[in-house]
Design a protein around this ligand. Structure first.
Ligand code: SAH
Length: 254
């Protein structure tokens, strides 16, 4: 219990205390109760920044915003993987989380988060809670996160983990995310973290005018595309393909 809180608190002090210069980062690390992963998280952030620069032409986002970078610097990713995976928690790669599922690559989490333009007062829906990592990153940035997971044990573990780490603004439930969460709708943004064959109409319906959805579309063994869906003020929908990606499939009876 205490360890997770300390990890988060150390991250918070670091980010608020340093705003960027390496010298100050060094001082802050030395002065705070380092959770052992502070340097690894900062190294990962540097890699993610490079990935943003490398993919700028496709994504239209050459830089990660300071807010998203700060969120990634605060969330203790090692708390979201099994103990056997901890030494790989800050490698820029997806990792297994059991039940044939994965926690997404950190760059992809950063990019998907960035593409929704998260605002402090926003309400965001996530489909595919998995480990709860993406939900935690969003929870650092927006007012309220609602997250749906179809595999019961994963949903239970993520709920327990998010509560233990103090993420009180995340609501989770078990279910088929294809249908969204009508009781919590409408949403400013929706992030789908499993690949669908098409953009689910119930999710478009639950998006606010002016809202954004980011969703991998395609089949399991062929190329999938990360798609940005924007609902305009008059309710019409625009889509744009961003990057080829590889996600586990969106399952369920729909
Ligand atoms: N966002 C997660 C990664 C999720 S991997 C994280 O940060 O760790 C994709 C997840 O989507 C898996 O846990 C899978 O069980 C879940 N999933 C697949 N189909 C779903 C559906 N129809 N509704 C809700 N969750 C689904």
């Amino acid at each position: 219990m205490g360890e997770g809180r300390k990890a988060t608190a150390a991250g918070r002090r670091l980010v608020h205390g340093c705003v960027g210069t390496l010298l100050l980062v060094g001082v802050t690390v030395a002065q705070t109760a380092d959770d052992g992963y502070v340097r690894a998280r900062l190294a990962l952030l540097a890699e993610i920044r490079e990935n943003f620069a490398q993919t700028a032409a496709e994504t239209g986002r050459p830089r990660m915003s300071p807010a998203v970078a700060a969120a990634l610097a605060r969330v203790p990713r090692h708390e979201f993987v099994a103990p056997a995976q901890r030494d790989r928690a800050y490698v820029n790669a997806p990792l297994p989380i059991g039940y044939g599922q994965t926690i997404s690559q950190p760059y992809i989490v950063a990019l998907m988060t960035e593409l929704t333009d998260p605002q402090p007062r926003a309400r965001v829906l996530e489909i595919g809670t998995g480990s709860g990592y993406q939900a935690a990153v969003l929870a650092e940035l927006v007012a309220k996160v609602s997250s749906i997971e179809i595999i019961e044990p994963l949903a239970g573990q993520a709920r327990e983990r998010l509560a233990r780490l103090g993420y009180a603004n995340v609501a989770t439930r078990i279910g088929d995310g294809y249908y969204g969460w009508p009781e919590h709708a409408p949403f400013d943004a929706i992030i789908v973290t499993a690949a669908a064959s098409h953009v689910p109409p119930p999710l478009i319906a639950q998006l606010k005018p002016g809202g954004k959805m980011i969703i991998p579309v395609g089949s399991q063994f062929l190329t999938q595309s990360l798609v940005l869906v924007e609902k305009t003020a008059d309710g019409s929908v625009r889509t744009r393909q961003i990057l080829p990606v590889s996600f586990v499939p969106l399952t369920g009876g729909h």
